[in-house]
Write a new protein. Structure first.
Length: 430
């Protein structure tokens, strides 16, 4: 569970980024199967593991958990993974069984070295040893690779200094009257700023949407604001209003075959705080609600990019974000070679509903449901009669709790979108 590593989010992580990595470990425990060994940056509560086992029908007492003793306990960086105490603990565990496979969130150089020390061979190790997966997690590299396979992209370019930033904003502002400036390795829109010539509500994809008089642009100040000590590269693009925001997820398997995993809508809403300059990420909705022609077109383009990643040597999960604009244009935004937000949701769905769940069900993640604890959320859902029921194949599953924030992330499983949205409303309104 090495989410939030420097390869993903930069060398200098904020407190919020570390907290996100910790909560990600709790939700990622839903990948577990009986007999697995979980390497987590934080302790995972026993009641959560028991609930996961009961929901997915396996004996959770047969899971093994390794939590490194580290000052940076919320991040499983390569140094921590390769420390002698961690390697020795893992060796003791894996000697008890012969057939092991390794499933990292992010296939770093350290993960490849750890696999070698544990005697777990994995295709793609050589690529990871050269930090190849980093190619698939940088916005500048995405534009370079996507251009080589003719993916439709917003007009844009890479900037590495204030002068380049100024020239890029000047070149691309006229197309839509809006420009987005992205930090190369920023995650979740945290490093992005949208500049617009007219007053605007917060727009998707950035931490701030700000009105600007173009002549007053201060490229030095903007460059200094967005870049970090570990990342001095920006991507500047014309910004297009979206009719649909969605992602496509694939797995490049060890035999080099490409498997489509899932596709979903990215759902956002305005914050109740009027001073907030970013939209709140509500969650994901699987499957996406694209029309058949849109979905097939997006798939055709995305597959070319995934095939390129495969030919480069990458193996593992890969996610691609895209939009259909208000005018109906398909534009791709970025790719990430790691687990995506929908990976856990898909895993839960296939284990509870079967591999063809998307033809019969809608799976919705709902973030920031008010609850003091995981157990309190479970008890409430049970009392109110909407805890997931295996017979009905519908209901709510509490996924992970952020007790510091007093919220729980939930999964809604419903027979259609209307029922799923109604259940989401019930969760957020009480």
């Amino acid at each position: 569970m090495n989410a939030g590593t420097p390869q993903m989010s930069g060398a200098h992580l904020t407190k919020a980024q570390r907290s996100l990595a910790a909560s990600s470990a709790h939700r990622s425990a839903w990948f577990a199967q009986e007999g697995d060994l979980i390497v987590s940056p934080v302790a995972i509560p026993a009641d959560l593991l028991s609930f996961i086992g009961a929901t997915l029908d396996f004996d959770a007492s047969r899971l093994r958990l390794v939590v490194p003793a580290s000052r940076q306990s919320t991040i499983l960086d390569d140094c921590t993974l390769l420390s002698q105490p961690v390697v020795e603990r893992l060796k003791r565990h894996i000697r008890q069984k012969s057939a092991w496979r390794l499933h990292p969130c992010y296939f770093t150089e350290g993960v490849a070295r750890l696999a070698a020390q544990l005697g777990i061979s994995k295709t793609g190790d050589d690529f990871a040893l050269q930090r190849g997966p980093d190619l698939l997690n940088r916005k500048s590299h995405f534009r370079q690779l996507a251009t080589s396979v003719a993916l439709p992209l917003p007009h844009g370019c890479v900037a590495t200094d204030p002068n380049g930033l100024f020239k890029a904003v000047t070149a691309f502002k006229s197309e839509t009257g809006r420009v987005i400036v992205k930090l190369d390795n920023g995650a979740g829109g945290v490093g992005n700023v949208i500049l617009t010539r007219s007053k605007s509500d917060p727009l998707p994809g950035a931490r701030d949407t700000r009105m600007i008089s173009w002549p007053s642009l201060d490229p030095d100040a903007l460059y200094s604001e967005i870049t970090t000590a570990s990342c001095k590269t920006l991507v500047v693009e014309s910004y297009h209003l979206a009719r649909s925001l969605f992602y496509l997820e694939y797995e490049i398997q060890d035999d080099a075959s490409i498997a489509f995993i899932n596709s979903g809508n990215i759902r956002l809403r305005k914050s109740t705080d009027r001073s907030e300059r970013a939209l709140t990420w509500t969650g994901l909705e699987l499957p996406s609600d694209l029309e058949n022609e849109q979905w097939l077109t997006a798939q055709e383009h995305a597959y070319r990019f995934v095939a390129l990643a495969r030919d480069l040597g990458y193996r593992g999960m890969i996610n691609i974000d895209a939009i259909f604009t208000k005018e109906g244009r398909l534009l791709f935004n970025e790719a990430n070679g790691r687990w995506g937000g929908g990976s856990v949701l898909h895993n839960i769905a296939i284990r509870l509903l079967g591999f063809d769940y998307s033809s019969r069900n809608v799976v919705l993640s709902v973030r920031n449901v008010r609850s003091p604890s995981f157990q309190a959320a479970h008890d409430r859902f049970f009392k109110e009669g909407f805890l997931f029921d295996r017979t009905r194949k519908a209901g709510v599953i509490p996924l992970a709790a952020d007790e510091e924030a007093g919220t729980v992330e939930c999964v809604v499983i419903a027979p259609n979108r209307t029922a799923a949205h109604d259940q989401q409303h019930r969760l957020l309104s009480s």
